[in-house]
Design a protein around this ligand. Structure first.
Ligand SMILES: Cc1cc2nc3c(=O)[nH]c(=O)nc-3n(C[C@H](O)[C@H](O)[C@H](O)COP(=O)(O)O)c2cc1C
Length: 476
């Protein structure tokens, strides 16, 4: 897998999948164009240059992982693989993952330019205000926030939004329970400011690990190395010695002031809603900025799905849950799909080969409880192996023809939700419910029981040949 965003840009441009736009304003316009284009099938990556108020070359890249093909390519897979096969390949890589420690060197393009102390001016960079309703400009959406456990020294890398407060301060906004939040709470208990490095631009493949719940204590860079089969090249930040990718574009180095709060947000969330108004969050004093010449901010559109975020999150969350189901002994699982239109969390489909009575219900209960599926779920559907879980038409067909609500639907109450849940809100006390829908045929149903009216693989292959020949004939 590549490590340098600029190489990725060249290759993406050569494939005709990169469009450069000039003169688009950082206030709302970048966000609105990204949203418009990102919702179209096969949408290109968008590189904004000549942004009003900014010198040429200070760029914002959006929609880098906006199509399943580019997500596949970021992982070194053929871009034309069907989505379920991309998920299966990631599941295979997670399943057999051996960590490859990152390699810390002494040099890298990220150390090319540096401003420190009073020289720091965050308004030198074209941070977008994504929507008019957002509370400010977000220099970070596709970030890597690097912190250390104060007791063990272990580094954690997590993706979180980062809003500019003023020329030398940004915000740290991470939900409770996240590894990085645990670090913050530990530094707070010790009464010390927490050192942090925030990478605001880097190769998009690093978002694969930044946005996933990797077990506490495991460094996400080493997971990336395991997935890539080669170590990530890193350098240590000069002030706090935190590891950042050597080819990163822009890094803010500073400390989280555990006792200084100010108003952050609101920000359009992954669900497509604002969950609440501005909130008091800890401030980060930026002590130094490191960047390449003409740095590129990596932005991720997070608005109402479908969105870039959901395009890549659906693939990685599905792969992780599939792996966890198999490791829990629930298989054979033939596919998992965390549907992007439902924010990946709220509609999960598991396709399985039924092996015993109750197997479909078991897979649903497990998917609702395993780490990759437990938080903020809603609807879970089990389908037979002949259904492609990524094909919503197939799934709706199975649900509406194979499940009988009185027999096949169960509710789980008091499940792990949260204040971001737009159906429940903060009044829910952090709880919501799950609907388990068993859309599989009854286990052991006779082969003659409502046989599917369709075609064999051979018949379909023959039809494809006949159709291709007819096509050629028409083209003559
Ligand atoms: C583009 C993007 C933006 C995200 N923004 C946030 C955020 O602002 N706050 C948050 O708590 N999680 C956010 N997440 C989810 C976290 O990255 C995810 O939960 C991750 O597991 C956190 O890592 P950690 O547990 O190692 O801290 C975001 C994920 C992505 C991909």
């Amino acid at each position: 897998m590549q490590q340098d965003l600029r190489l990725w840009l060249r290759q993406t441009a050569e494939k005709g999948e990169l469009v450069t736009l000039r003169g688009v304003h950082w206030r709302v316009e970048i966000g609105a164009v990204a949203d418009l284009v990102g919702k179209q099938a096969d949408s290109p990556a968008l590189l904004f240059d000549d942004i009003p108020d900014y010198p040429k070359g200070y760029r914002v890249l959006v929609n880098a992982l906006g199509t399943p093909g580019r997500v596949a390519h970021a992982g070194g897979l053929p871009a034309e693989l069907p989505t379920l096969e991309v998920v299966a390949e990631w599941k295979r890589r997670y399943g057999s993952l051996q960590l490859v420690p990152h390699h810390t060197g002494s040099a890298g393009p990220i150390l090319d330019c540096r401003q420190e102390g009073n020289q720091v001016d965050l308004y030198r960079f074209p941070s977008p205000q994504w929507r008019a309703g957002d509370g400010g400009r977000y220099i970070g959406t596709g970030t890597l926030c690097v912190t250390r456990d104060p007791e063990t020294g272990a580094a954690n890398v997590g993706t979180a939004r980062v809003m500019v407060h003023d020329a030398r301060h940004v915000f740290y906004r991470v939900s409770s329970g996240k590894d990085s939040r645990r670090h913050f709470e530990a530094w707070q208990r010790a009464g010390r400011a927490m050192p942090i490095a925030i990478c605001c631009g880097q190769h998009p493949s690093l978002l694969i690990v930044g946005g996933l719940n990797i077990p506490y204590g495991t460094c996400e860079y080493d997971v990336w190395g395991g997935l890539a089969g080669e170590p990530l090249e890193t350098v240590q930040t000069p002030l706090h010695g935190l590891p950042v990718p050597a080819h990163a574009e822009l890094v803010l180095e500073g400390e989280v002031l555990c006792d200084q709060l100010a108003a952050e947000g609101p920000f359009g969330e992954w669900s497509g809603y604002y969950s609440r108004e501005a909130r008091q969050e800890p401030l980060i004093r930026v002590q130094a900025v490191h960047h390449r010449e003409q740095p590129i901010i990596l932005g991720v559109g997070t608005a109402r799905p479908p969105s870039e975020l959901m395009t890549f999150w659906s693939i990685f969350r599905s792969a992780l849950l599939w792996d966890q189901l198999e490791k829990a002994g629930v298989g054979p699982i033939r596919g998992v799909w965390c549907h992007p239109a439902a924010g990946t969390r709220l509609f999960i489909v598991v396709a399985l080969e039924q092996r015993h009575p109750g197997h479909a219900r078991q897979s649903l209960m497990a998917a609702a409880a395993l780490p990759a599926g437990a938080y903020m779920g809603r609807y879970l559907v089990a389908v037979d192996a002949d259904i492609d879980p990524t094909n919503i038409d197939d799934v709706l067909w199975a649900m509406s023809t194979r499940s009988d609500p009185a027999r096949d639907v169960d509710l789980i109450r008091g499940a792990w939700g949260g204040p971001l849940d737009p159906a429940v809100g903060a009044e829910g006390g952090g709880l919501n419910s799950r609907m388990l829908i068993d859309a599989c045929r009854p286990f052991g149903a006779a082969a003659s029981h409502f046989r599917v009216a369709g075609y064999s693989d051979e018949e379909r292959a023959r039809a494809r040949t006949l159709w291709a020949a007819a096509h050629k004939e028409r083209a003559k």
